[in-house]
Design a protein around this ligand. Structure first.
Ligand SMILES: NC(=O)c1ccc[n+]([C@@H]2O[C@H](COP(=O)([O-])OP(=O)(O)OC[C@H]3O[C@@H](n4cnc5c(N)ncnc54)[C@H](O)[C@@H]3O)[C@@H](O)[C@H]2O)c1
Length: 316
């Protein structure tokens, strides 16, 4: 089976490429390297360094493919607020072009990287796939628009699809050629940032007066390898002509202070951190209900917070 991986030079996409190849899949990659790295693409894959905004490049990359894993996107929440047009262009319009190209080329299977940002500031915790979607920024809105496009494509043309709504992805994968790890620029994710924290530039804890047991925000973290295992199961369990939406997290949350403590344990020293004011728009708790992933995919996360932090640390 041959898979087109869009965004296969990025953090999560490159991990998917490597694991898919190890499992015996053939892999094509399309990535313009706007936030990814050509060197992260496994040399066993066929790599097209092109944009998904180019229909001819999509046609070329889809040759011989049976399915698509669609990771290519812009994914910085803050940037999406100040430059929303980039998010509608790459995430929404780029996905529209991809769906058109898949149809033109007779490719009928899709696994899409959706996000917990589609739920916005959910009043429900844990969040199920039936919780209200109310994105609070253009990033989440652009991803929700794609979920709607995919549903319509399934109804109209029989596309078999899964939108996987990730919570916070962390950790890294060690390969024969070194580590595949988070290298976002700017890096907005907690674990890589606290591993880089120094006395001169300490990690900021945004609020210590939240209504949580230790006063810091609680988020749900999933190891990138567990995440990709779920993608492969989603691909193998697609129902013809249906679009499933499935949350992916660990199903439990960790507070910022708990993540900090896990990192201090891995590093064997204290990590500089300072408490600052709450950040506008941050909800206190965001945790996934993953019962649907367990039931529909027969999947469950295997890797602990400790291993997410220690893999991220070793990959530095
Ligand atoms: N990292 C997380 O915690 C997280 C959480 C929820 C959802 N997601 C989603 O997972 C996917 C991967 O995220 P990531 O963290 O690996 O980010 P990333 O920036 O490392 O990867 C995205 C990749 O897409 C590529 N890309 C961007 N625009 C493109 C275009 N026009 N044509 C071709 N390629 C293009 C980039 O070059 C990059 O390699 C994204 O869709 C993101 O929205 C990530």
């Amino acid at each position: 089976m041959k898979i087109l991986v869009t965004g296969g030079a990025g953090y999560i996409g490159s991990t998917a490429v490597s694991i898919l190849l190890d499992r015996g899949f053939d892999v094509n990659v399309i990535d313009d390297c706007s936030t990814g790295y050509a060197a992260s693409v496994d040399s066993r894959a066929t790599f097209f360094q092109k944009s998904i905004l180019e229909p001819a490049a999509l046609d070329y990359a889809l040759q011989g493919c049976d399915a698509v894993m669609h990771f290519a996107a812009k994914s910085l929440v803050g940037e999406s607020v100040v430059k929303p047009e980039i998010y509608w262009e790459t995430n929404a319009y780029g996905s529209r072009l991809l769906l058109n190209a898949m149809r033109r080329n007779g490719v009928e299977k899709l696994v899409f990287s959706s996000t917990a940002a589609t739920y916005g500031d959910s009043k429900e915790n844990p969040i199920t796939e039936n919780s209200a979607t109310s994105p609070t920024n253009p990033y989440g809105a652009s991803k929700l628009a794609v979920d709607y496009m995919i549903s319509a494509q399934s109804t109209a043309y029989g596309l078999s699809a899964a939108s996987l709504r990730y919570f916070n992805v962390a950790g890294a994968l060690k390969t024969e050629n070194g580590w595949l790890a988070e290298k976002h620029n700017p890096e907005t994710h907690l674990i890589p940032n606290l591993l880089r924290s120094t006395p001169e530039s300490p990690m900021k804890i945004f609020g210590t007066d939240w209504p949580t047991p230790d006063g810091t925000c609680i988020r749900d973290y999933i190891h990138v390898v567990d995440l990709i295992e779920a993608h492969i199961k989603a691909l193998e369990n697609l129902t013809p002509g249906r679009h499933e939406i499935i949350n992916l997290g660990s199903g439990g949350g960790y507070s910022v202070k708990e993540v900090l403590a896990a990192a201090e344990k891995v590093l064997g020293r204290s990590i500089p951190a300072i408490a600052t004011d709450r950040r506008a728009g941050d909800p206190a708790v965001l945790v996934a209900d993953i019962s649907k992933a367990r039931a529909v995919l027969g999947w469950q996360p295997e890797r602990s917070l400790q291993s997410m932090v220690s893999d991220a640390w070793e990959s530095f």
